[in-house]
Design a protein around this ligand. Structure first.
Ligand SMILES: [Zn+2]
Length: 319
């Protein structure tokens, strides 16, 4: 059984790699036209979600670049200021003492030594030190140019992100229309012992582990969906609502299957306490740190109430 399973896996992997090189995904020949429409709209929505994810990643990287060049520029300016102050102090003392600087007036011995050294090298016309000063000035102007370029990159990345967000929402709207065109309106998408938590148009990619602010890593899947789309219990269990922090309005579903499910950024809550499978526990929104971004359900799976695992495989199967 195990060996056969492996062989089957190998075949699946082969088929998958063939699909990647450009062949059309195998579609059910008997699928009615409405289902085909939904499948096409879903594919487009997922592709748009993937592009949005990439744009978010790029804009985070550009943000980090800007911070790095800003820090470098601050350090450069500090060094330049020090050199300038030392040179100016020396010039003033030279003027006041009518020639030889009165170094005894300087309190800090380290500064005295530095001032003395700089003053002497300048007085002696040391080309090396003046060169160092000029090189630092040039370095600062290079840093400034790089900073400006990165800031432009960042702005471009942010506007790409904005455009992608609009594209995803447009795709989700046409997906929602295709779903409504079905007789039942919104179909129940899972036939097994698990129900897709977002019951409406949605798109998602495998964004597990993506870097987030404050050095965090993404511990779930962001399911993009129009605000107000119902969120249901994937399995029967007990819902505990949670309303604070980065997740905003969220819920813990302690499932009868032994897993804990966490959903965040709800616009409002649904049922709490004992819930049946498929019962509405809330609605998609942008609460918590999703404010200002695209509406989505941040979804986590904690097997046996332990650490979160990547929920993408499960969602890909049931949603
Ligand atoms: Zn998330």
């Amino acid at each position: 059984m195990v060996a056969r399973g492996f062989r089957l896996t190998a075949v699946v992997v082969l088929v998958a790699s063939v699909a990647v090189v450009g062949l059309a995904e195998p579609a059910s020949a008997k699928a009615p036209p409405v289902d085909q429409k939904i499948a096409t709209a879903q594919k487009a929505a997922n592709a748009a979600a993937a592009k949005l994810n990439q744009a978010i990643d790029e804009s985070n990287k550009a943000k980090a670049d800007v911070a790095r060049f800003r820090a470098q520029s601050t350090a450069n300016r500090k060094k330049l200021d020090e050199l300038q102050t030392n040179l100016r102090d020396y010039a003033i003392r030279e003027y006041q003492s009518g020639g030889g600087a009165t170094y005894a007036l300087v309190d800090d011995p380290a500064r005295l030594a530095r001032t003395h050294y700089l003053a002497r090298t300048v007085a002696l016309g040391s080309v090396d030190k003046l060169d160092a000063y000029r090189i630092l000035l040039q370095d600062e102007s290079v840093t400034q140019r790089a900073l400006e370029a990165r800031m432009r990159d960042r702005e471009a990345a942010v506007s790409r992100q904005r455009a992608q967000r609009a594209a995803v929402m447009a795709q989700l709207i046409s997906l929602g229309k295709a779903m409504k065109a079905q007789k039942s309106g919104l179909r129940v998408l899972a036939t097994g012992a698990w129900v897709c938590p977002v019951q409406g148009a949605r798109a998602f990619t495998n964004d597990w582990g993506q870097p987030r602010s404050g050095g965090r890593r993404h511990k779930g899947t962001d399911m993009l969906s129009p605000s107000g789309t119902p969120i249901v219990a994937s399995v029967a269990g007990t819902v505990v609502q949670h309303d604070r922090g980065l997740g905003g309005k969220g819920y813990f579903l302690h499932g009868v299957d032994g897993n804990t499910y966490y959903g965040a950024h709800l616009s409002r809550f649904g049922a709490a306490g004992r819930v049946a499978q498929g019962q509405v526990v809330g609605y998609v929104g942008t609460s918590g740190n999703a404010r200002g971004g695209p509406a989505h359900l941040h979804f986590e799976i904690h097997p046996g109430n332990g650490a979160a695992v990547n929920p993408y495989g499960t969602l890909r199967t049931y949603c």
